[in-house]
Design a protein around this ligand. Structure first.
Ligand SMILES: Cc1cc2nc3c(=O)[nH]c(=O)nc-3n(C[C@H](O)[C@H](O)[C@H](O)COP(=O)(O)OP(=O)(O)OC[C@H]3O[C@@H](n4cnc5c(N)ncnc54)[C@H](O)[C@@H]3O)c2cc1C
Length: 475
């Protein structure tokens, strides 16, 4: 049901969820299954509006590739309004620094795949001790299209649009009052509050609440350890088209949306063995084959003919038989958590009066080493199997000249953990020391693996929904 200000004021909601993106809607759907009523507060409108979006402006320092205002959407359905839809589960070993294991979110995979309309198939196959090919799925779900009418008719999910969650009032270790800016300023009470405002806004809002509520400890590392997934073309090469296709033959769904990539793509990831042996991060490399008929290539062969005629003739022979193809390696990979990569508050404010985001972000050496190691490993595999030759692009050699494309995945800032000094929420996503404030979204991930985050966000949201249902029974 869509509510106006007066209708919000007439009711008391046991659970209020701030944000109607994949996280917020998934929690509400889980509560609805058990006939529990909640209110979703959404700052944006039913569709895109310049005004709502203007709250997403911010300052960026370091080598973060994009303007903060274009990276996410403030409207019903949140950023799912323009997401790419690529989905994969995190790996077991991505949970090494999490306070929960993968097996604790696995039970929510079936329902999450139903929400995202994707098959529950994330197969993988080792191609040697160090590398495996992996499967992705592609969701076509826009949360507006799938859930707006449903929520409009729902008896249990209430929605307030164009309503900015502005602040909280606390008493002891409890949030007692929520301040909202809608057509007018209103305040409401609730038993449980969930912030599901996205991977940047969760930190921003919480920092703002802390400025106004001394009960939220200064020791909590809010905004710190912020990460994203760098995305870049990392290498290229030439190879034997037929041999490569035969070698990697599989019926996995591969990562290929967004770009008009060549006629064959295979997704390659490091095994746990490689990650621990080489001390690198997790990664996905997308190996694409395409025709090699550009002038540059022909000129290179002409030059090569002068110095290495038999090698060049062999290459030309393959080229004439249509056997030779171009290979591009693109990658989306992990960034390790670093204290200095953080969200803080700017001295400028949005139109509602909340300070804008200030982001400091620098890619790490380790992250770039990971990209280089993956090109080496896949290159060696190509030599072993005599499939072709690959090399890393110069652009990934040096951190000072490296410019990533945006990965659009905003991770960390309100990370989960056991310690109140090094994490913000506990394993149930409850803010440390505060009884009734929960955070949900990729901001709680202590590390990000390489998998696109939304499937894991939905799994965590359903788990949080289940936890809240249990807590409601205790009050
Ligand atoms: C171009 C692009 C492509 C992407 N592709 C993929 C992909 O292929 N696969 C993948 O897994 N992920 C992808 N992502 C990331 C994905 O969109 C996010 O992981 C996902 O949307 C996060 O969901 P969320 O609910 O946590 O946050 P959001 O979707 O950002 O929703 C947050 C909501 O909270 C609302 N809100 C914020 N502040 C307030 C406030 N103060 N008061 C009230 N409401 C508020 C916002 O208006 C918004 O509607 C992509 C992102 C982008 C930008």
């Amino acid at each position: 049901m869509i509510l106006k200000d007066d209708e919000i004021l007439k009711k008391k909601f046991q659970i209020v969820i701030c944000g109607s993106g994949p996280a917020g809607i998934s929690i509400a759907l889980e509560l609805e299954k058990k006939k529990i009523e909640c209110l979703i507060i959404e700052a944006g409108d039913e569709f895109y509006s310049e005004k709502a979006q203007s709250r997403y402006k911010g300052e960026v320092y370091g080598n973060f590739p994009e303007d903060l205002s274009v990276l996410r959407l403030s409207q019903f359905g949140g950023t799912s309004g323009h997401w790419g839809g690529t989905c994969r589960t995190l790996d077991n070993y991505d949970f090494q620094n999490w306070p929960i294991k993968k097996s604790e979110i696995d039970p929510f995979l079936d329902s999450s795949c139903e929400i995202l309309n994707i098959p529950k198939s994330f197969r993988e196959k080792n191609i040697n001790n160090n590398l495996k090919i992996i499967e992705f799925q592609e969701s076509k779900v826009r949360f507006y299209e799938k859930y707006y009418e449903h929520i409009k008719r729902s008896k249990f999910i209430n929605l307030a649009l164009n309503c900015i969650f502005f602040n909280i009032k606390m008493s002891g270790n409890k949030v007692t009052e929520l301040f909202l800016k809608s057509t007018k300023d209103i305040s409401i009470k609730t038993n449980f509050l969930v912030l599901a405002c996205g991977g940047i806004e969760n930190s921003r809002l919480l920092l703002w609440f802390r400025e106004n509520n001394k009960e939220i400890s200064k020791d909590l590392p809010i905004g710190n350890y912020w990460m994203e997934h760098p995305f870049k073309k990392i290498g290229s090469g030439v190879g034997n088209f037929k041999a490569i296709r035969k070698n990697f033959e599989n019926n996995f769904e591969s990562f290929k949306n967004f770009r008009n990539w060549g006629n064959f793509t295979v997704s390659i990831s490091p095994t746990q063995n490689l990650i621990s042996q080489k001390n690198i991060l997790n990664s996905a490399v997308f190996l694409t084959l395409h025709d090699r008929n550009n002038d540059n290539f022909k000129n290179n062969i002409k030059d090569l003919l002068c110095v290495a005629p038999s090698l060049s003739n062999h290459i030309l022979d393959l080229f004439n038989k249509d056997l030779l193809c171009g290979i591009t390696l693109s990658s989306s990979w992990e960034q390790n958590p670093q204290l200095e990569n953080r969200i803080t508050l700017s001295s400028s404010k949005d139109f509602s009066g909340i300070p804008l985001t200030k982001l400091n972000y620098q890619l790490s050496d380790l992250s770039l080493q990971t990209a280089n190691e993956m090109v080496n490993q896949i290159g060696n595999y190509f030599i072993d199997k005599d499939l072709g030759r690959l090399g890393a692009y110069k652009t990934i050699e040096n951190l000072s000249s490296f410019v990533s494309e945006a990965g659009y995945h905003h991770i960390g800032g309100t990370i989960m953990g056991k310690s109140k000094k090094s994490s913000v929420v506990d394993k149930n996503l409850k803010l440390h020391n505060i009884e009734n404030l929960y955070i949900c979204g990729s901001s709680v991930f202590p590390t990000g693996g390489h998998a696109n985050p939304t499937l894991s966000i939905v799994q965590l949201s359903l788990r949080l929904g289940e936890h809240l249902i249990k807590r409601l029974k205790t009050i």
